[in-house]
Design a protein around this ligand. Structure first.
Ligand code: HEM
Length: 139
């Protein structure tokens, strides 16, 4: 359980780095009229899906997920807010990639740019950063 929490916690930086790299790549490919997919779009999606997988296991096992304690901030965050926002973000990333696959020309990269950028904002809001006092650390 502890190993899973540490992996899930550390992987956040991989997710953030890959999403930012994908967003920059999408912008530059859009502006430069590139036709081909960038590999980083796929890697960013794989990283978020890995978080989803670990997150689902944690959701079942974690003592911080408890609907009887929902009136308390920390339990409410992990039981509802964290999973809800992360699921929306992961759906956006997946949809963005699937849509972009079907498109050609500048639309392809612009689709990745918009979907991934929106997902990145949601993920940044949904991460239990230490300053939010949700019982989580930086790593
Ligand atoms: C991109 C997606 C995600 C990111 C970046 C992320 C990030 C994090 C971070 C940083 C923590 C705090 C770890 C710590 O204590 O230091 C955390 C905890 C947690 N996450 Fe996620 N998460 C993501 C998706 C999900 C999803 C989809 C679920 C559920 C299906 C989930 C379930 C949990 C649970 C249950 C905890 C609390 C674990 C515990 O301390 O007992 N996460 N997450």
């Amino acid at each position: 359980m502890n190993i899973l929490v540490r992996a899930h916690s550390g992987l956040r930086y991989v997710v953030l780095a890959l999403l930012i790299a994908a967003i920059f790549a999408a912008y530059s490919n859009w502006q430069n009229g590139k036709r081909k997919d960038a590999k980083v779009y796929l890697f960013a999606m794989i990283a978020t899906h890995t978080q989803l997988l670990i997150g689902l296991i944690l959701y079942v096992m974690s003592p911080k997920v408890d609907f009887k304690m929902i009136s308390e901030k920390i339990y409410r965050f992990y039981s509802i807010e964290h999973i809800f926002m992360m699921l929306i973000a992961i759906v956006l990333i997946t949809l963005g990639r699937i849509r972009s696959k079907k498109l050609d020309g500048p639309d392809k990269h612009r689709t990745v740019l918009y979907f991934y950028a929106l997902a990145l904002i949601i993920i940044l809001v949904a991460i239990p950063w230490p300053f939010r006092e949700l019982g989580a650390s930086w790593f």
